[in-house]
Structure formats: C-alpha cells, structure tokens
Design a protein around this ligand. Structure first.
Ligand code: GLV
Ligand code: MN
Ligand code: MN
Length: 405
C-alpha cells in the first residue's frame, strides 16, 4: 500500500477511537484518546522514533538527526463532538509518514524531527483550548487544572488518571534546545482551495479568537400561571443576545461569531428558565476589531439583562491573538509547493491551530490540504488520497530545503 493510502487508512483507524459509538468524539485524557495514542505510538516507533508521553498527555516522537537543533511537526489528536476524521489527526499522521520516508531511505537530516501529537486543542472536555501546546510552549493557565468536566472530574484528576502528573506540567515546557520551527499540516476547513482547484496552500496568518461563557439569570416559575409580563425568563434574554451576536457579525466585515452551546436550568418544559448559559466564540484577523466587537457585545448583553430584569455574568475562557506565520517558513513551504508542480497560494486561517500557541516558542508554518466542500467539525470531513500525496511530498521537500539551508 502506498504511504498516502496508509495515511488515510490510519485516520480511519483513529476514527474508531471514540467515546460515542457511531460518532467521532475523542476528548482530552479519555479512554478513546488512550486507544488513539496506543496506535500512534506504534506508528511513530515503526517510523524509527523514540516515543514518550508528557504530563499533560501529549505524545512526542523523536527522530534523531545528525545535529542538535530540532524541527517540530505535528497537530492534535483530540476532537470536537461528532467530529470528522481529519481535523488534527491528518497533521500528525502526515508528519509520521514524512519521517517514515526518511527512515525507509536510511536518511538522517542535519536536525532532529520531533512529532508532537497534542492532547487537547479543541477544548471539548474542559472548554479551555490548546492545553497540549500550551504545556509545551506556555503560558499554561494553572487555574485550568481546577476546571471540572460535565461529570464533575477536575482536570487535575483527569490528568492523573491518564498517567500524567499535574504538578509537573512545568517539565513539559520545551527543553530540547535550539528550534528550527514548528510546521503543521492541517485540512483547510474552508472553501478556498477547492474553489481554486488546488490540493494544498500555504498559511500566512491565523485569525485571533476570543471564547466566553455568558450566563443570564432570571427567576424560575410556573409555565402555566405566571403571566407573560411578570416573567424574568433567562432564556428569552439569551435568545435576544444570540440574535445580537449574529447582527454584530454580519455587519462587521471579516468577523465571525458563534453561539455553539446553550444550556438552560432547570431545563424542564413547564418551568420558566431561571438560568441560560451559552458559549460565545468571536474571531477576526485584526485583534483590535475583535476586541472592539467583544466589548460592544458585552455591553449589549448588559442592556438586555437590565431591560429584562435579569442578571448577567460574562467569563472570558480564552483570548488568542492573531498570529503571522514566519516569512522564512512560508517561503520554504511555498518553494516546496512549487517544486511539487503545484501553483502556490497563500491563505489565512479562520480556524485556530496549535501553531497559534507554538508561535510563542518558535517560528511557525502551516500547510493546508483541500477538504471536500470546505466542510469540517462535521462527520462529512473528507480529503482525497491524491491531495494527501501532494501534502506529503510538499512536507518531504520542505524538510530537504530546510536541510540544505
Ligand atoms: C479549532 O478547531 C477552532 O475552533 O478553530
Ligand atoms: Mn478543530
Ligand atoms: Mn484542528
């Protein structure tokens, strides 16, 4: 079987590591993640890497080089709920395949390659994003360790159960000496490459994002007896706010905003909701605009709450600034694309990636792979073997170019 075909097949094997039968849901520090890591450990070892797992739960495979410096490759192994097969795993598996090629050719580069399979990028279990890469590149938010999941398990306990030591996460910080950069292969998760008829594209920048929890509190009451004008219905306030979020996003060029989670309490059909909790995700390539809109929306939420006699609490879960990919790596990736006989294009990423956090540690570069319909965070995610073959060739060529420098 060809290597690109093996990459696709491995993504399919990983898709079977899930907490929900019939869907792909692989949260941080879960049994599904443990099974996925067992597979990835074998694949890394087969490619000639020494493998270890750090305290937060990232898997790290190292392929020694002739010199001391290290190039980092990788992506994440966790997923959203009811995910596709490729968001995250593809980058890890293509990186392993590129190393496998070197190993099969008995090649050592002038630098070591370390493949990082991050334990959590999506934030599904604890709501906080980039746990894996933040442990490596910092800053790690120590307060996150006290977060609880929906079953009441603290992040500290989840880490311990998974085999890590939350008190030693500091040791996960990169300590391996000089870095040449971090390069991540990822599905595009958008429609540009498909529209342009191109298999891959080089990322120039990644949009910033803010994540918040918004909670309206009113008063529970009887659905049959409390007149409409006497109600303090938390969900009605939340509903009005959701529409305000949509309006803010549609009137600000380049801004996207999403309420992806909404929970009510007590959540019973004949009780007026006393509490409505929602997530809010706001993104823009320009941090100033994103911050302005976030502030405006917070004040809008206050107005709605005041008018409806509700109380409101807004908690910031994460703020990740926009980042620019390193011109040196962008240019090498672009050259590698050209040398693989593909027209090079550069594009910005609206999705967040581990590269955002890794940029505080080293130069970062990213290669996007076309995905069908631009669809992701959806079981319909799909890539072709041919496009994966191009991505693998580009990554291999990129390694050679870096070695020639
Ligand atoms: C990560 O997938 C994101 O939400 O951008
Ligand atoms: Mn994702
Ligand atoms: Mn991803």
């Amino acid at each position: 079987m060809t290597l690109p075909r093996i990459v696709i097949e491995r993504c399919h094997y990983l898709a079977e590591c899930t907490e929900e039968p019939g869907a792909i849901t692989r949260p941080f520090a879960s049994d599904a993640m443990r099974r996925a890591q067992a597979l990835v450990t074998d694949w890394m070892a087969e490619a000639g890497m020494t493998v270890m797992r750090d305290n937060i739960g990232n898997l790290r495979g190292r392929y020694a080089g002739a010199g001391e410096a290290t190039l980092l490759l990788g992506s994440h192994l966790d997923s959203v709920r009811d995910a596709g097969k490729y968001d995250g795993p593809l980058g890890v598996i293509v990186a392993i395949a590129a190393v496998q090629r070197l190993r099969d050719a008995h090649r050592r580069l002038p630098f070591a390659i370390e493949v990082l399979a991050f334990a959590d990028e999506e934030g599904l279990r604890y709501g906080s994003t980039y746990l894996g890469s933040r442990a490596v590149a910092g800053p790690f938010e120590w307060r996150d360790l006290e977060r609880v999941d929906s079953a009441g398990i603290t992040m500290s306990d989840a880490i311990r159960t998974f085999g890590g030591d939350p008190d030693r996460i500091r040791e996960d910080r990169w300590q391996g000496g000089d870095l040449l950069g971090y390069c991540e292969v990822h599905i595009e998760q958008g429609p540009v490459l498909e529209a342009r008829g191109l298999p891959v594209g080089v990322v120039s920048a990644i949009a910033g994002q803010g994540r918040f929890e918004v909670e309206f509190t009113g008063v529970a009451g009887h659905a049959g007896t409390v007149p409409m004008d006497r109600r303090r219905d938390a969900l009605i306030g939340a509903a009005e706010f959701v529409l305000a979020v949509e309006a803010a996003a549609t009137t600000q060029e380049g801004l996207v905003a999403t309420v992806g989670k909404l929970e009510t309490h007590p959540g019973v059909s004949n009780v007026i909701p006393a509490r409505a909790m929602m997530s809010l995700d706001i993104r823009h390539a320009d941090d100033r605009i994103r911050t302005e809109v976030s502030v405006r929306l917070a004040s809008r939420a206050q107005d709605i709450a005041r008018r409806r006699k509700l109380s409101i609490e807004i908690r910031t879960v994460a703020q990740n600034p926009a980042i620019v990919c390193a011109p040196r790596l962008v240019s090498l990736l672009t050259q590698a694309v050209e040398e693989c006989q593909v027209q090079p294009i550069q594009l910005t990423s609206g999705a967040g990636h581990d590269a955002v956090v890794m940029s505080s540690l080293s130069d970062v570069g990213m290669l996007f792979v076309r995905c069908k319909g631009g669809v992701s965070h959806n079981p319909a995610e799909s890539v072709t073997t041919e496009d994966v073959a191009v991505a693998l060739d580009v990554l291999s060529r990129f390694l050679e170019l870096l070695a020639e420098q």
